[in-house]
Design a protein around this ligand. Sequence first.
Ligand code: FDA
Length: 306
Amino acid sequence: MAILRSTFISLSQNQPLRRFSEASAAGRRVSSRFVAGLEIEEVLRATAELNRHGIAATLDSLGENVHTPEEAQHSAAIYHQLLDAIDERSLDSNVSVKLTQMGMDLSPGLAEQIVGGLVEHAARVGTFLRVDMEGSAYTQATLDLVCRLHQQFPGRVGVVIQAYLRRSADDVRMLLQEGVRIRLCKGAYQEPASLAFPDKAEVDANYVRLTEMLLTSSVYHGIATHDPRMIAAAEKIVQDRSLPREGFEFQMLYGVRRDLQRSLLQQGYRMRVYVPFGREWYPYFMRRLAERPANVLFLAKNFFRS
Ligand code: FDA
């Protein structure tokens, strides 16, 4: 399992395979399992459909590690369009961005300026921006940037904590003191054992411990997982502590465990689905295969279907 996971994570960084896959019709067909479409209009339709079922969304315009400031500005322009559309169509949605898509590798100052403009726009239209968490090289800079923007726009920007990182309990304590909204996930990148728990059981134990810290704080957080055991642990904390079910939200990825999404909604929990779209789907898609190699069977069947 661990070998398959690291193989897919390495493949997610393979540029020739990426170019080939993103350009091929078969690749696009297969990616539609986890990606809502190539164009803005498609993701807005998917969002309206989720909303009709009582599910909120967070929209992700796919892309990461841009190479020029122009590419970063172009990525930001798509998010400005999304925020306008969310407002005009009264969609129950916010947005999720990656700092490396906003120029973090070129200039942290540029990324902060661009993301600051997006948070300001999100605040103006009454919604929220989540900064996704990428590999550990970006963790500290991401937390620092989000805390600075949170001071300017309280409650309008949040961050992601990865339970596989050894540092995460300390980061959660710091963020709770600042009142920053957190999305808790397990973590999707390849990290060394010095920084991340190598053992799934340890990651899961940390996830439960961090869930308890989040749910018993007074800030509105997102518990992002498809793991029934993590969900049961969160439900138990809610029950044992008599916490309100609407005091937080569960979050899942587009196309994953729709059955579980529906059943949590029926039990009165809030659900938000992360909806990615766009032409640069390859790295995101390969990380999803890394999480569940059984998905490769699905991919193989569809790849060869005409
Ligand atoms: P785990 O991987 O242990 O899977 C438990 C069970 O869930 C599996 O047995 C299977 O049943 C189901 N499952 C999980 N993944 C599946 C898949 N792809 N297809 C089908 N079934 C699947 N990571 C990160 O590093 N930075 C980030 O910013 C984010 N953001 C984010 C947002 C949201 C809304 C979610 C749900 C997840 C993320 N992630 C993320 C990804 C996260 O770190 C993690 O890799 C995946 O959620 C998989 O972990 P699970 O908690 O689902 O459990």
